[in-house]
Design a protein around this ligand. Structure first.
Ligand code: PMP
Length: 385
């Protein structure tokens, strides 16, 4: 009898299972609309030319080595990443109250933020503090916060299926009724999976309630540059909240906008009341990183830092990487789109047409090419009628 005889089989992670099923499908017309990764018109993975260029720079730079990085990560990566989120001339940065932790992808940044908040937020043991995630949201939000010890992860109203748009009244209502100091995970832009973001005026309403009701803002910024094609526009909400005086976290992922999925490049930007608070927060972050991954990896962080800190490379990245505004469908403004297909129709698309998409009906525009778009459109038509 094995010591592992009682281990139950866990369910596979949906989006990765979809990719595996896609790989194994022999149909030459197959299309993967599940995972959001840069693709060529032939549907093959695409490495940004600027990334290749910087990889060469790194290889040829004899001053670089493989010594451990500081526990909190590469300083020039952390500061340049925070600047991308908050803006070059952010007063909070000038006031020395912004710090960061280099993390393993956006997921790592959410994890570090969650672990810190559970231990230290508002001076309490926070296992009972409610954490609100949007309904629907990226599936991992629930689990990351629950796994960090938050026992009360709840949905807040976000998507109005009938209207096929934001349920602003529901959203504001949930903010109004949330217990004081509850934590809210907000998608900075390009909401996953609905592709629907609040307008500026709607964000201002959200901020007003959150400030009045003393709610904690935890931005998840995984798609900066993808909603509008402009880094600054996509950071509008994050920056607005900073102007409103919030102390907050922003988990940043460079997986998508640099196409560096497997390098695990993320950053947790922390905006504190002042530099003294920031210093103590970072000292505790160091403790949490130490027992989690001890020190972060350097390659992806170097790549991003060199690109962001070198004007020509930065300009090249802006045009090649983030300057690709996503395709639009009804009420959505980015790479994700809710097709409105129900789970049965999704199954039909997968089984009969070899078009792979999430059971929720969400598709990722990255998988659409000039070569398959007609086939996808025809197939959706056939499935619906
Ligand atoms: N947040 C959201 C909303 C996401 O969609 C993703 C990636 N799918 C992440 C965070 C995590 O990104 P990473 O791969 O960098 O961990």
């Amino acid at each position: 009898m094995s010591l592992f005889g009682e281990v139950p089989q866990a369910t596979p992670v949906a989006v990765f299972k979809l990719s595996n099923d896609f790989k194994e499908d022999p149909n030459p017309k197959k299309v993967n609309l599940g995972v959001g990764a840069y693709r060529t018109d032939e549907g093959q993975p695409w490495v940004l030319p600027v990334v290749k260029k910087v990889e060469k720079i790194i290889v040829e730079d004899n001053s670089l080595n493989h010594e451990y990085l500081p526990i909190l990560g590469l300083p020039e990566f952390r500061s340049s990443a925070s600047k991308i989120a908050l803006g070059e001339d952010s007063p909070a940065i000038q006031e020395n109250r912004v710090g960061a932790v280099q993390c393993l992808g956006g997921t790592g940044a959410l994890k570090m933020g969650a672990e810190f908040l559970r231990r230290w937020y508002n001076g309490n043991d926070n296992t009972k503090t409610p954490v609100y995630v949007s309904a629907p949201t990226w599936e991992n939000h629930n689990a990351v916060f629950a796994n960090a010890g938050f026992e009360d992860v709840r949905p807040y109203k976000y998507w109005d299926a009938e209207k096929r748009g934001l349920d602003l009244d529901g959203f504001l209502g949930d903010l109004e009724s949330a217990p004081k100091h509850s934590i809210f995970v907000l998608h900075a832009c390009a909401h996953n999976p609905t592709g629907t973001d609040p307008t500026h005026v709607e964000w201002m309403q959200v901020a007003e309630v959150m400030k009045r009701r003393k709610l904690f803002v935890f931005f998840d910024s995984a798609y900066q540059g993808f909603a509008s094609g402009c880094l600054d526009k996509d950071a509008w909400a994050v920056r607005y909240f900073v102007t409103q005086g919030f102390e907050m976290f922003c988990a940043q992922s460079f997986s998508k906008n640099f196409g560096l999925y497997n390098e695990r490049v993320g950053n947790l930007t922390i905006v504190a009341r002042d530099s003294d608070n920031l210093k103590r927060v970072l000292s505790q972050m160091e403790k949490i990183v130490r027992v989690t991954w001890s020190n972060p990896p350097s390659q992806g962080a170097r790549l991003v830092a060199i690109t962001l800190n070198t004007p020509e490379l930065f300009a090249e990245w802006l045009t090649a990487g983030s300057g690709t505004p996503g395709t639009h469908t009804t009420h959505t403004a980015d790479r994700h789109s809710f097709t409105g297909l129900n789970p049965k129709q999704v199954q039909y698309m997968i089984k009969e047409r070899s078009i792979y998409l999430m059971a929720s009906g969400r598709i990722n525009m990255c998988g659409l090419t000039t070569k398959n778009i007609d086939y996808v459109a025809e197939s959706i038509h056939e499935t619906v009628v």
